[in-house]
Design a protein around this ligand. Structure first.
Ligand SMILES: [Zn+2]
Ligand SMILES: [Zn+2]
Length: 246
């Protein structure tokens, strides 16, 4: 009761707003979204390709992989994506990534956690590693959204996180500006693991690679390749969102 009175006073002094629709939040809405925007998050609840996380439509068997994954070989073994990159989830991720609203790591971390609990990986991951940004991009943005998500998830799952295990050593063009074939080339020799300490951390481990969004799977696959070359036993991928085209 005291906490709700306290929250009411706080709400008068410092009104809180939903990060998606900008409407004021009342004291029962403790998170960063109003109930209506929470409900509108396009979650991927059931049928999705086991390898790349793409929703495959109701009733389709999910012990198999989608048509793309039957041809494409990714270096990670399975991916889980919490929702479709649409509507309120797209708004949230854009605010998180480009508008400096880093507190969104809490609700977005909650979505990642929900997905992994709801559709567990066959084996429990032993370490969490975020997809890195290049040094200059990170300086420009001030933070790496994948690190914030990975740390939040690490806290929830009680699995250690190594935010600097992977490094991105080249600044690349945004994948979204490139054609499908160019996207693969764009990432070649982009990532590395430097130093014996980090190599030792991933040796023989089941690694969970975390990012905000999975599009073609090329970035996650390239990172997974480097992790596997350093001795990781297996790489799983978890992202908040999945685009619905490759
Ligand atoms: Zn709202
Ligand atoms: Zn697939």
């Amino acid at each position: 009761m005291y906490s709700s009175v306290f929250q009411k006073i706080l709400d008068i002094l410092y009104p809180r707003f939903c990060y998606v629709c900008k409407k004021p939040l009342n004291e029962t809405q403790n998170f960063y979204l109003c109930f209506s925007c929470w409900r509108k998050i396009p979650l991927i609840r059931h049928e999705a390709c086991l390898q790349c996380g793409m929703p495959v439509g109701k009733g389709i068997e999910t012990t198999k992989v989608c048509l793309v994954c039957q041809k494409e070989k990714f270096a990670f073994s399975q991916a889980r994506c919490a929702g479709e990159y649409n509507d309120s989830l797209r708004e949230l991720l854009l605010s998180f990534k480009f508008h400096g609203i880093t507190q969104l790591r809490f609700p977005l971390g909650a979505l990642l956690y929900w997905k992994i609990k709801n559709t567990p990986f066959p084996q429990k991951p032993q370490i969490i590693v975020p997809v890195p940004m290049s040094y200059s991009s990170q300086i420009q943005r001030g933070y790496n959204q994948a690190v914030l998500l990975a740390e939040n998830l690490s806290h929830r799952l009680k699995i250690p996180c190594f935010p600097h295990l992977l490094e991105k050593i080249k600044t690349t063009k945004p994948q979204s500006e490139l054609q499908r074939q160019e996207r693969k080339k764009n990432l070649v020799s982009c990532f590395r693991i430097e130093g014996d300490y980090y190599k030792k951390q991933c040796k023989d481990k089941i690694v969970l690679l975390v990012d905000d969004i999975l599009t073609t799977g090329n970035t996650a696959s390239e990172c997974s390749k480097v992790l596997t070359q350093a001795g990781a036993q297996k790489v799983y991928v978890a992202t908040v969102a999945r685009t619905l085209n490759f």
